[in-house]
Design a protein. Structure first.
Length: 105
């Protein structure tokens, strides 16, 4: 990941933290919990996922390069490949076939 994206993701994390820290609603609820005799430890986890945006021409080229892939987008195929699942366009779907999708062996 390039340094600019790292910086933007860090800014996003800081913005989320500031939003939660500055929330009057959250502060009021925490005060109410304290009033009931409890301390509050608030830990939030944020998962930030990024997908590079492809333009329509790139998407069309990707679908042309994967014949028989069905309704899958280039991102779908990339995800399946990351799981070591490949699309097999030569599978005939007969009774002995495993199907068009095969995983690690």
């Amino acid at each position: 990941m390039n340094p600019k994206m790292r910086n933007l993701i860090q800014q996003l994390g800081e913005a989320i933290h500031e939003t939660v820290s500055d929330s009057e609603h959250i502060a009021n609820v925490v005060r109410s919990i304290h009033a009931e005799g409890f301390d509050v430890l608030l830990m939030l986890e944020a998962t930030i996922g990024l997908n590079e945006v492809a333009d329509a021409a790139t998407e069309a080229e990707a679908s042309d390069s994967a014949p028989g892939a069905g309704p899958f987008t280039a991102q779908d195929l990339h995800f399946l490949q990351s799981l070591r699942i490949r699309m097999d366009p030569d599978a005939d779907g007969g009774p002995d076939a495993e199907g068009p999708i095969s995983g690690p062996r």
